[in-house]
Ligand binder design. Sequence first.
Ligand SMILES: C[C@](O)(CO)[C@H](O)COP(=O)(O)OP(=O)(O)OC[C@H]1O[C@@H](n2ccc(N)nc2=O)[C@H](O)[C@@H]1O
Ligand SMILES: Nc1ncnc2c1ncn2[C@@H]1O[C@H](COP(=O)(O)OP(=O)(O)OP(=O)(O)O)[C@@H](O)[C@H]1O
Length: 294
Amino acid sequence: MTIRVGVRKPFRLLAPAKLNLGLEILGKRPDSYHEIVTILQTIDFGDEIVLEPATALDYRPPTEFEDDLTARALRLLAGHGVEIRARIRLSKRIPIAAGLGGGSSDAGTLLGALVHAGLPYSLARRIASDLGSDVPFFLEGGTALATDRGTELEPLSSPTGWFVIVVPPLSLRNKTRTLYSSLTPADYSDGTATRRQAEHLRQYHVLDPHLIRNAFLRPLLAFPQVRLALDDMRAAGAQWAWPSGAGPALFTWSPQQSQAEEIAVLLRARGWEPIVAAPYRPTWHEALASLALD
Ligand SMILES: C[C@](O)(CO)[C@H](O)COP(=O)(O)OP(=O)(O)OC[C@H]1O[C@@H](n2ccc(N)nc2=O)[C@H](O)[C@@H]1O
Ligand SMILES: Nc1ncnc2c1ncn2[C@@H]1O[C@H](COP(=O)(O)OP(=O)(O)OP(=O)(O)O)[C@@H](O)[C@H]1O
Protein backbone atom coordinates (compact mmCIF):
# COMPACT_ATOMS: atom_id res chain seq x y z
CA MET A 1 0.00 0.00 0.00
CA THR A 2 1.26 3.46 -0.88
CA ILE A 3 0.78 6.22 1.68
CA ARG A 4 1.03 9.71 0.19
CA VAL A 5 2.13 12.54 2.45
CA GLY A 6 2.43 16.17 1.45
CA VAL A 7 1.94 19.80 2.45
CA ARG A 8 -0.18 22.53 0.84
CA LYS A 9 1.90 25.54 1.93
CA PRO A 10 5.49 26.17 3.02
CA PHE A 11 5.99 25.34 6.67
CA ARG A 12 8.89 26.18 8.97
CA LEU A 13 9.64 23.97 11.98
CA LEU A 14 12.09 24.27 14.84
CA ALA A 15 13.88 20.95 15.36
CA PRO A 16 14.69 21.66 19.00
CA ALA A 17 17.79 20.58 20.86
CA LYS A 18 17.26 18.53 24.03
CA LEU A 19 18.73 18.52 27.49
CA ASN A 20 18.79 15.53 29.80
CA LEU A 21 17.62 16.90 33.14
CA GLY A 22 19.29 13.95 34.85
CA LEU A 23 20.43 10.66 33.33
CA GLU A 24 20.83 7.54 35.43
CA ILE A 25 22.07 4.26 34.02
CA LEU A 26 20.78 1.14 35.68
CA GLY A 27 22.97 -1.40 33.92
CA LYS A 28 23.83 -3.15 30.69
CA ARG A 29 21.19 -5.08 28.77
CA PRO A 30 21.69 -8.30 26.81
CA ASP A 31 21.12 -6.39 23.52
CA SER A 32 24.25 -4.23 24.10
CA TYR A 33 22.19 -1.16 25.05
CA HIS A 34 21.89 0.18 28.59
CA GLU A 35 18.76 0.50 30.71
CA ILE A 36 18.35 4.19 31.52
CA VAL A 37 16.10 6.58 33.46
CA THR A 38 16.29 10.14 32.17
CA ILE A 39 14.22 13.30 31.84
CA LEU A 40 14.29 14.70 28.32
CA GLN A 41 13.51 18.36 27.71
CA THR A 42 13.29 20.24 24.40
CA ILE A 43 14.54 23.83 24.39
CA ASP A 44 13.81 26.87 22.21
CA PHE A 45 17.10 26.56 20.35
CA GLY A 46 17.53 24.20 17.46
CA ASP A 47 17.86 23.42 13.79
CA GLU A 48 15.37 24.60 11.21
CA ILE A 49 13.36 22.39 8.88
CA VAL A 50 11.42 23.94 6.02
CA LEU A 51 8.76 21.88 4.23
CA GLU A 52 7.46 23.14 0.89
CA PRO A 53 4.95 21.75 -1.59
CA ALA A 54 6.53 19.66 -4.37
CA THR A 55 5.43 16.92 -6.74
CA ALA A 56 8.08 14.49 -5.42
CA LEU A 57 10.50 14.17 -2.51
CA ASP A 58 13.37 16.63 -2.73
CA TYR A 59 15.85 16.42 0.18
CA ARG A 60 19.51 17.28 0.22
CA PRO A 61 21.44 16.89 3.48
CA PRO A 62 22.86 20.29 4.51
CA THR A 63 26.36 19.06 5.33
CA GLU A 64 28.47 16.02 4.77
CA PHE A 65 27.31 13.56 7.41
CA GLU A 66 28.48 10.08 6.72
CA ASP A 67 24.97 8.83 7.33
CA ASP A 68 22.53 11.73 7.77
CA LEU A 69 19.80 10.58 10.13
CA THR A 70 17.10 12.51 8.26
CA ALA A 71 18.11 10.88 4.97
CA ARG A 72 17.95 7.50 6.75
CA ALA A 73 14.47 8.31 8.06
CA LEU A 74 13.34 9.18 4.53
CA ARG A 75 14.83 5.95 3.13
CA LEU A 76 13.03 3.89 5.80
CA LEU A 77 9.77 5.67 4.99
CA ALA A 78 10.19 4.94 1.27
CA GLY A 79 10.86 1.29 2.18
CA HIS A 80 7.47 1.23 3.92
CA GLY A 81 5.72 2.56 0.82
CA VAL A 82 5.46 6.15 2.02
CA GLU A 83 5.59 8.61 -0.87
CA ILE A 84 6.51 12.06 0.35
CA ARG A 85 5.70 14.98 -1.91
CA ALA A 86 7.65 17.83 -0.40
CA ARG A 87 10.82 19.81 -0.69
CA ILE A 88 12.62 19.48 2.64
CA ARG A 89 15.44 21.76 3.74
CA LEU A 90 17.41 21.44 6.96
CA SER A 91 19.59 24.19 8.43
CA LYS A 92 21.91 23.03 11.21
CA ARG A 93 22.51 25.15 14.31
CA ILE A 94 22.77 22.51 17.03
CA PRO A 95 26.43 21.62 17.65
CA ILE A 96 27.19 18.11 16.34
CA ALA A 97 27.68 15.21 18.77
CA ALA A 98 27.34 17.58 21.71
CA GLY A 99 24.79 15.67 23.77
CA LEU A 100 22.04 18.01 22.56
CA GLY A 101 20.36 15.42 20.32
CA GLY A 102 20.78 17.32 17.04
CA GLY A 103 20.58 14.45 14.56
CA SER A 104 17.83 12.76 16.58
CA SER A 105 15.77 15.95 16.63
CA ASP A 106 16.06 16.53 12.89
CA ALA A 107 14.76 13.03 12.12
CA GLY A 108 12.26 12.85 15.01
CA THR A 109 10.81 16.32 14.41
CA LEU A 110 10.39 15.59 10.71
CA LEU A 111 8.64 12.28 11.46
CA GLY A 112 6.41 14.07 13.99
CA ALA A 113 5.53 16.69 11.40
CA LEU A 114 4.74 14.03 8.79
CA VAL A 115 2.32 12.40 11.26
CA HIS A 116 0.35 15.65 11.10
CA ALA A 117 0.57 15.56 7.32
CA GLY A 118 -0.94 12.07 7.06
CA LEU A 119 1.74 9.55 8.14
CA PRO A 120 0.37 6.85 10.52
CA TYR A 121 1.70 7.45 14.04
CA SER A 122 2.50 3.77 14.66
CA LEU A 123 4.80 3.71 11.62
CA ALA A 124 6.52 6.96 12.64
CA ARG A 125 7.07 5.54 16.14
CA ARG A 126 8.57 2.29 14.79
CA ILE A 127 10.91 4.08 12.39
CA ALA A 128 11.94 6.51 15.15
CA SER A 129 12.97 3.67 17.51
CA ASP A 130 14.91 2.01 14.70
CA LEU A 131 16.82 5.24 14.03
CA GLY A 132 18.01 5.78 17.60
CA SER A 133 17.11 5.75 21.28
CA ASP A 134 16.56 9.53 21.47
CA VAL A 135 14.50 9.82 18.28
CA PRO A 136 10.98 8.80 19.53
CA PHE A 137 11.02 11.61 22.11
CA PHE A 138 11.28 14.20 19.33
CA LEU A 139 8.04 13.08 17.68
CA GLU A 140 6.32 15.26 20.29
CA GLY A 141 9.12 16.89 22.31
CA GLY A 142 8.26 18.81 25.47
CA THR A 143 9.25 17.16 28.73
CA ALA A 144 9.23 13.39 29.27
CA LEU A 145 10.50 10.73 31.62
CA ALA A 146 12.30 8.23 29.38
CA THR A 147 13.03 4.65 30.46
CA ASP A 148 13.99 1.29 28.91
CA ARG A 149 16.75 2.22 26.39
CA GLY A 150 15.29 5.75 26.39
CA THR A 151 12.35 4.94 24.12
CA GLU A 152 9.55 4.44 26.71
CA LEU A 153 8.13 7.90 27.27
CA GLU A 154 5.87 9.38 29.91
CA PRO A 155 4.93 13.07 29.44
CA LEU A 156 5.75 15.47 32.29
CA SER A 157 5.00 19.10 33.08
CA SER A 158 7.73 21.40 31.79
CA PRO A 159 9.88 23.29 34.26
CA THR A 160 10.05 27.08 34.18
CA GLY A 161 13.31 29.08 34.00
CA TRP A 162 16.29 29.41 31.70
CA PHE A 163 19.20 27.18 30.80
CA VAL A 164 22.77 28.25 30.05
CA ILE A 165 24.63 25.69 27.95
CA VAL A 166 28.33 25.43 27.16
CA VAL A 167 29.77 22.91 24.69
CA PRO A 168 33.45 22.17 25.36
CA PRO A 169 35.33 20.68 22.40
CA LEU A 170 35.53 16.89 22.46
CA SER A 171 36.61 14.84 19.52
CA LEU A 172 35.78 11.23 20.20
CA ARG A 173 34.92 8.72 17.49
CA ASN A 174 31.48 7.22 18.07
CA LYS A 175 31.20 9.46 21.12
CA THR A 176 27.94 8.08 22.56
CA ARG A 177 28.88 4.43 22.11
CA THR A 178 32.42 4.99 23.39
CA LEU A 179 31.22 6.76 26.52
CA TYR A 180 28.54 4.14 27.22
CA SER A 181 31.19 1.43 26.96
CA SER A 182 33.50 3.31 29.33
CA LEU A 183 30.95 3.03 32.16
CA THR A 184 31.57 0.63 35.03
CA PRO A 185 29.04 -0.76 37.55
CA ALA A 186 30.22 1.98 39.95
CA ASP A 187 28.57 4.50 37.59
CA TYR A 188 25.20 2.72 37.74
CA SER A 189 22.37 3.84 40.01
CA ASP A 190 18.76 2.75 40.44
CA GLY A 191 16.96 5.74 38.87
CA THR A 192 15.37 6.88 42.14
CA ALA A 193 16.72 10.45 42.00
CA THR A 194 15.49 11.00 38.43
CA ARG A 195 12.08 9.48 39.22
CA ARG A 196 11.85 11.81 42.22
CA GLN A 197 12.75 14.71 39.94
CA ALA A 198 9.87 13.67 37.65
CA GLU A 199 7.54 13.71 40.66
CA HIS A 200 8.93 17.10 41.70
CA LEU A 201 8.22 18.48 38.21
CA ARG A 202 4.67 17.10 38.27
CA GLN A 203 4.00 18.86 41.58
CA TYR A 204 5.98 22.11 41.46
CA HIS A 205 6.94 22.72 37.78
CA VAL A 206 10.50 23.64 38.78
CA LEU A 207 13.71 21.68 38.68
CA ASP A 208 15.30 20.42 41.90
CA PRO A 209 19.06 20.62 41.13
CA HIS A 210 19.81 18.33 44.09
CA LEU A 211 18.08 15.50 42.26
CA ILE A 212 20.15 15.76 39.07
CA ARG A 213 22.56 12.90 38.37
CA ASN A 214 24.44 12.00 35.21
CA ALA A 215 26.39 8.74 34.97
CA PHE A 216 28.63 10.22 32.27
CA LEU A 217 30.06 12.91 34.53
CA ARG A 218 32.89 10.66 35.77
CA PRO A 219 34.20 9.64 32.32
CA LEU A 220 33.68 13.18 30.99
CA LEU A 221 35.79 14.67 33.80
CA ALA A 222 38.77 12.78 32.35
CA PHE A 223 38.82 15.44 29.60
CA PRO A 224 40.59 18.67 30.68
CA GLN A 225 38.39 20.83 28.43
CA VAL A 226 35.26 19.52 30.20
CA ARG A 227 36.81 20.30 33.59
CA LEU A 228 37.73 23.78 32.35
CA ALA A 229 34.18 24.44 31.12
CA LEU A 230 32.79 23.28 34.46
CA ASP A 231 35.18 25.53 36.39
CA ASP A 232 34.38 28.49 34.15
CA MET A 233 30.63 27.96 34.57
CA ARG A 234 31.06 28.03 38.34
CA ALA A 235 33.31 31.10 38.11
CA ALA A 236 30.60 32.78 36.00
CA GLY A 237 28.09 32.32 38.81
CA ALA A 238 26.52 28.93 38.06
CA GLN A 239 25.84 27.13 41.33
CA TRP A 240 26.03 23.80 39.55
CA ALA A 241 26.43 22.36 36.06
CA TRP A 242 25.69 18.90 34.68
CA PRO A 243 26.30 17.23 31.33
CA SER A 244 23.42 16.72 28.90
CA GLY A 245 23.28 13.16 27.65
CA ALA A 246 26.75 11.75 27.13
CA GLY A 247 28.06 15.32 26.91
CA PRO A 248 30.23 17.14 26.36
CA ALA A 249 27.54 19.90 26.60
CA LEU A 250 27.15 21.16 30.15
CA PHE A 251 24.13 23.08 31.39
CA THR A 252 23.03 25.06 34.38
CA TRP A 253 19.66 26.61 35.14
CA SER A 254 18.37 29.87 36.51
CA PRO A 255 14.82 30.93 37.45
CA GLN A 256 15.32 34.31 35.77
CA GLN A 257 16.38 35.19 32.24
CA SER A 258 18.44 38.18 33.47
CA GLN A 259 20.46 35.92 35.77
CA ALA A 260 21.02 33.40 32.95
CA GLU A 261 22.14 36.24 30.64
CA GLU A 262 24.58 37.49 33.30
CA ILE A 263 26.19 34.06 33.51
CA ALA A 264 26.38 33.97 29.70
CA VAL A 265 28.08 37.39 29.55
CA LEU A 266 30.78 36.21 31.96
CA LEU A 267 31.22 32.98 30.02
CA ARG A 268 31.64 34.94 26.77
CA ALA A 269 34.35 37.01 28.47
CA ARG A 270 36.13 33.70 29.12
CA GLY A 271 35.98 32.77 25.45
CA TRP A 272 32.96 30.43 25.45
CA GLU A 273 29.93 30.69 23.17
CA PRO A 274 27.12 29.87 25.61
CA ILE A 275 23.57 29.13 24.51
CA VAL A 276 20.78 30.64 26.62
CA ALA A 277 17.50 28.83 26.09
CA ALA A 278 14.14 28.18 27.72
CA PRO A 279 12.14 24.94 27.94
CA TYR A 280 10.11 24.54 24.75
CA ARG A 281 7.05 22.54 23.81
CA PRO A 282 6.33 22.33 20.07
CA THR A 283 2.98 23.93 19.24
CA TRP A 284 2.92 23.63 15.49
CA HIS A 285 1.14 20.27 15.32
CA GLU A 286 -2.37 21.64 14.77
CA ALA A 287 -1.22 24.31 12.33
CA LEU A 288 0.52 21.66 10.27
CA ALA A 289 -2.52 19.37 10.33
CA SER A 290 -4.49 22.10 8.52
CA LEU A 291 -1.87 22.13 5.77
CA ALA A 292 -1.82 18.39 5.18
CA LEU A 293 -2.58 17.05 1.72
CA ASP A 294 -3.55 13.39 2.12
C1 LIG B 1 22.95 9.58 25.80
C2 LIG B 1 21.55 9.80 25.30
O1 LIG B 1 21.53 10.85 24.34
C3 LIG B 1 20.65 10.22 26.46
O2 LIG B 1 19.39 10.73 26.05
C4 LIG B 1 20.98 8.54 24.65
O3 LIG B 1 21.00 7.47 25.57
C5 LIG B 1 21.70 8.15 23.38
O4 LIG B 1 20.76 8.09 22.39
P1 LIG B 1 21.15 8.01 20.84
O5 LIG B 1 22.18 9.02 20.52
O6 LIG B 1 19.86 8.03 20.08
O7 LIG B 1 21.86 6.60 20.79
P2 LIG B 1 21.68 5.36 19.81
O8 LIG B 1 21.94 5.83 18.42
O9 LIG B 1 20.40 4.64 20.09
O10 LIG B 1 22.87 4.44 20.30
C6 LIG B 1 24.23 4.76 20.10
C7 LIG B 1 25.03 3.82 20.95
O11 LIG B 1 24.93 4.20 22.33
C8 LIG B 1 24.81 3.08 23.17
N1 LIG B 1 23.55 3.14 23.92
C9 LIG B 1 22.57 3.99 23.56
C10 LIG B 1 21.41 4.07 24.30
C11 LIG B 1 21.27 3.23 25.42
N2 LIG B 1 20.16 3.25 26.16
N3 LIG B 1 22.25 2.38 25.76
C12 LIG B 1 23.41 2.34 25.03
O12 LIG B 1 24.30 1.57 25.37
C13 LIG B 1 24.90 1.86 22.29
O13 LIG B 1 26.24 1.46 22.28
C14 LIG B 1 24.54 2.39 20.92
O14 LIG B 1 25.18 1.67 19.90
N1 LIG C 1 21.30 15.52 10.72
C1 LIG C 1 22.31 15.27 11.58
N2 LIG C 1 22.68 16.20 12.47
C2 LIG C 1 23.69 15.97 13.34
N3 LIG C 1 24.38 14.83 13.39
C3 LIG C 1 24.05 13.85 12.53
C4 LIG C 1 23.00 14.03 11.60
N4 LIG C 1 22.90 12.91 10.90
C5 LIG C 1 23.84 12.07 11.36
N5 LIG C 1 24.55 12.63 12.33
C6 LIG C 1 25.65 11.96 13.05
O1 LIG C 1 25.16 11.61 14.35
C7 LIG C 1 26.19 11.72 15.32
C8 LIG C 1 25.59 12.29 16.60
O2 LIG C 1 25.22 13.60 16.33
P1 LIG C 1 24.17 14.37 17.27
O3 LIG C 1 24.42 15.82 17.12
O4 LIG C 1 22.81 13.87 17.06
O5 LIG C 1 24.73 13.86 18.65
P2 LIG C 1 24.41 13.91 20.15
O6 LIG C 1 23.36 14.90 20.45
O7 LIG C 1 25.69 14.04 20.84
O8 LIG C 1 23.86 12.53 20.46
P3 LIG C 1 23.51 12.01 21.90
O9 LIG C 1 22.11 12.46 22.05
O10 LIG C 1 23.73 10.58 21.64
O11 LIG C 1 24.43 12.58 22.90
C9 LIG C 1 27.28 12.58 14.73
O12 LIG C 1 28.46 11.82 14.71
C10 LIG C 1 26.81 12.91 13.32
O13 LIG C 1 27.81 12.70 12.33
